[in-house]
Ligand binder design. Sequence first.
Ligand code: CDP
Ligand code: MG
Length: 733
Amino acid sequence: QRYKDLDSREKMDPFAEQDAWEDHQIGKARLKFGAKNKKASDDYQFVFEDQINFIKESVMAGENYEDYMHPKAAQDAAEKTALEELQEVRKSLPIYGYREQLLQAVEEHQVLVIVGDTGSGKTTQIPQYLHEAGYTKRGKVGCTQPRRVAAMSVAARVAQEMGVKLGHEVGYSIRFEDCTSDKTVLKYMTDGMLLRELLGEPDLASYSVVIVDEAHERTLSTDILFGLVKDIARFRPDLKLLISSATMDAEKFSDYFDTAPIFSFPGRRFPVEINFTSAPEADYMDAAIVTVLTIHVREPLGDILVFLTGQEEIETAEEILKQRIRGLGTKIRELIICPIYANLPSELQAKIFEPTPEGARKVVLATNIAETSLTIDGIKYVVDPGFSKMKSYNPRTGMESLLITPISKASATQRAGRAGRTSAGKCYRLYTAFNYNNDLEENTVPEVQRTNLASVVLALKSLGIHDLINFDFMDPPPAEALVKALELLFALGALNKLGELTKAGRRMAEFPLDPMLSKMIVVSDKYKCSDEIISIAAMLSVGGSIFYRPKDKQVHADNARMNFHTGNVGDHIALLKVYSSWKETNYSTQWCYENYIQVRSMKRARDIRDQLEGLLERVEIEISSNQNELDSVRKSIVAGFFPHTAKLQKNGSYRTVKHPQTVHIHPNSGLSQVLPRWVVYHELVLTSKEYMRQVTELKPEWLIELAPHYYQRKDVEDDASKKMPKGAGKAAI
Ligand code: CDP
Ligand code: MG
């Protein structure tokens, strides 16, 4: 048979026989080599491989190979070929040429800084190389990612490349979702999760290699990890530590890690033509949409990547694009719209990696996640409005807010680079060259310098690290921010006067939540309403929106939403009502549709709630319910969120109680028309105004009762004789 096939191939290509013979020789050599220490299953493996080669040859010769194969074997063969194809792709990545050198460098040095262009294969390949080189025999290879979507999608990709089921040899772990098993040797996780793992395993004993990936992003957790793993590496000489980054400021990492060697390798970059706008854009969303459509009708094929700041913007852009495309008629070629943001359900995440069908164009609407964490092949055009959503923190007032902020030059460069990965590309910056040169900062400020530090301080304290001022920060946070965090933890009762962890603090640290949320849960034990409180905490932690508001059914949707607000109970209780009603219908999907509620968000809330319930058990808090006493629920909320309180002003705005600042109730709140005199809020968001989101009414005397270290009587004196706006003060209490 074999000869016959070779004969026919020879006719097609005079060199084919030579090639086939060489292949055959290699095959033989492999057989010999493998034969020494081989099990029966390997034997089969080889025979099988041989068979596949034979089939391939038959196919080339134009024969129908299915006749020769058992259907199961045929399917296996198809999978095998897909795997082989993936192996080819792996070999085509820039990093592949440096595989041996890299492995050698890892062998020779304990700490290594790795620098390579985005998309060159660092995240997907390095862990596999280490696995192939045997590092996983001594322990897991852990690889941290700043973003959960990246951790999930990269793990899925690597599992595919290795031909294993996700969650087996290759897994991921993100907050509230652990997709690993005893078998897992390559573990992708968010940097925050590794930080949490350290609480249970301070020396990371189960790891042989830790890769802190996307180090250039300098997230808060990454920066804290730096300090911790640097220390662990000192007393664990067998632990390999790789710091990997996509930008060239590697010296800084090297200096920090006791002048660790830098392993840098070139990527494959094609020229990218940069275009600026001639005048500033008034509305960057609109400009982005127009630019996408212009590219679509004018420019040669190639996919488009648009950077937007968040889920809401992405959803709006998607809707407008769909509308406009419809308006353009049928002569336009197909435009496939793929959104990608942190809360995008995993089944939709895979869609962005699917190859674009011939003749069509794909437009990816992404948050910053596509800047370096995720590489989408085939992008030729980048549209960069120049903004991202960033946390900003005022250490003086302790207030944190999400702001849409101009990006840095370093970010702009990364974004543009995404257009030139597989061929020459174009980048459309929706700002002027003057803006770029004069207004953009060189680099993004590391998160540790612009965030509330309460949760990491609590984590560090529970790791036994007390001297925070002298913690080995790569870039130290402002001292004020540290002090503020300590003060808050003290006021929450997590630390005592000496700055030591209290029993409550120890319990709070068990929850992967902001300390204020953890406090709310821990306190609910006292008010016998832990059942209600973990439902609320879960609903607040979902991330995406709970309510669904389709453009053509806004009135219905709003009515449905207001049903949960009956009696002006406040947004927290409304969330609780949504959850309990859904539970009563036995978690019905139909019920969600009828009430304009996002099924996916609810499912996630249920998952989170289950985990919180498990954690309650761990800190020995019993599930207790106090359904008729909603004030107990409110008091638990205030016991956690007392720093977030505001008092109504004569003009209908609010002033925060402790560090006076003007704020407003978010229009989506059930209390936005009610205007209670005193409120507690979950978070502040700055859009056109500083808005409080998720608001509940409180009684001012609770502040003294629940937070005596924080509030004095004068803070909460309520001058009721002052005239209040009409309709004010009609809430539930
Ligand atoms: O980490 P780095 O930016 O160096 O590259 P990578 O994330 O390892 O990506 C290497 C290649 O894998 C790129 O061509 C990606 O398009 C591909 N990849 C993919 O197809 N699907 C994923 N979920 C992740 C990566
Ligand atoms: Mg990467």
